[in-house]
Design a protein around this ligand. Structure first.
Ligand SMILES: *Cc1c(COP(=O)(O)O)cnc(C)c1O
Length: 393
């Protein structure tokens, strides 16, 4: 294991050097004018990243799971009906969070590795009145990309609030919170947003803030309550000092550096780059005879690949790839954990990383005795896509 090994898991990811630099700078007071400027600007930039000009972004120390709790705790009351459009492990987690809040949870499910049909969603929405519909934009356990725009449109039509777990999509997949009618979009710093782990992010629409105000009981956790944070967030945006709980100064600076890079690249160019690199990977997987765990290519993520082990190959492949200098992840969904592995390709990923990863995979496959491919075919297939034009969004 060397620090030069390439980190290709679905978060945390390889960081841009300037993002890392921000982490190592002197820790300023959370009331320092320079930090206030950084945090204030970050909040403004998050609105751009999420396509959410009128939403209220909340950023606190914590993981993506905390962001899920923040979203749920602020709009869901005990005994509310909640519908989960379920695409895997993280959809199940959202259901558990809603259940902890006392909600009655139903699921719309498809087969594992498939997005549930919109007809099934329509049937559920017609059968019962739901307070909220939750969905996972990219479920990192299956690689399924949910049709968020269509789901949210149907949910809003049925009078529901919409909650989108965008932890593995924000900054990599097309996402427009406002025009897609998303009430709470939630994310974390360590995936396609390109910063170290440690920050939970949630953006609330006006309807979501109203739902919080209308709650019968305030969230049990003070730290998670958007109402507690509203004056603080407003103060930072007005570039004024304020305090509720000490923000993780260096992490905030690192994320602010990353969002600046994101916006300099441009959101649509960034989404196009993720598509392009993922298509190079897909060409390689196909050439090597590896099947995607996510069944429908049109409903498959561009931020990671979930790949079935070919016949005769098991999880020792992950170790063999690591021995070749690339770190990938094993399976995550409890029903199929040992049957597939995952390659993250988001944020700072560049064409050279695709070739490094495919090369390591080829050598590892040969080492574990897989004979279903000819050496070099994966690399050639990926390189062919990389040599083509960058596709338009
Ligand atoms: C990673 C991830 C989470 C959880 O984030 P943590 O920071 O590990 O708590 C939630 N949802 C999705 C879709 C994720 O990919």
């Amino acid at each position: 294991m060397s620090e030069r090994d390439l980190l290709m898991i679905p978060g945390p990811i390889e960081l841009e050097p300037t993002v890392l630099e921000a982490l190592g700078r002197k820790t300023l007071s959370h009331l320092d004018p320079n930090f206030i400027e950084t945090f204030g600007k970050l909040l403004e930039q998050l609105r751009e990243v999420f396509g959410a000009p009128d939403c209220t972004p909340m950023v606190v120390a914590g993981g993506g799971t905390l962001a899920m709790e923040i979203a749920a705790a602020n709009v869901i009351d005990s005994s509310d009906n909640v519908l989960v459009y379920n695409t895997g492990y993280f959809s199940d987690r959202m259901a558990r969070i809603a259940e902890r809040l006392g909600a009655r949870v139903d699921h719309v499910r498809g087969a594992l590795g498939e997005a549930p049909s919109l007809d099934a969603l329509d049937a559920s929405l017609a059968a019962k009145r739901y307070k909220a519909v939750t969905m996972t934009h990219v479920d990192t356990s299956t690689g399924v990309l949910a049709p968020v725009r269509q789901i949210a449109a149907r949910a809003k039509k049925a009078g529901c609030l919409t909650i989108v777990d965008a932890v593995c999509s924000a900054g990599g997949e097309e996402l427009h919170q406002a025009s897609w009618q998303i009430d709470v979009a939630l994310a974390a710093s360590q995936k396609a947003l390109g910063a170290p782990p440690g920050l939970a992010i949630a953006l609330f629409s006006a309807a979501a803030l109203e739902a919080r105000k209308a709650k019968k009981v305030a969230p049990a956790s003070l730290y998670l309550d958007i109402e507690e944070w509203l004056p603080i967030l407003a103060a930072y945006e007005a570039r004024k000092p304020s305090y509720f709980s000490t923000p993780p100064v260096n992490l905030i600076s690192a994320l602010a550096t990353s969002t600046e890079l994101l916006l300099a690249e441009g959101m649509s160019a960034r989404v196009a780059r993720h598509r392009w690199l993922s298509h190079a990977f897909r060409a390689a997987w196909q050439a090597l005879g590896l099947a995607s765990f996510s069944v429908d290519p049109a409903a498959t993520a561009h931020t990671l690949s979930a790949l079935c082990y070919p016949a005769g190959v098991d999880a020792s492949l992950v170790t063999a790839i690591r021995d070749e200098g690339v770190v990938v992840a094993g399976g995550l969904h409890p029903d199929a954990k040992t049957k597939y592995f995952r390659v993250g390709h988001m944020g700072s990923t560049r064409p050279g990383d695709v070739l490094t990863t495919v090369g390591a995979l080829e050598r590892a496959l040969a080492r574990v005795g897989y004979l279903g491919f000819e050496r070099g075919t994966g690399l050639t297939a990926a390189d062919k896509v990389l040599g083509g034009q960058l596709p338009h969004a």
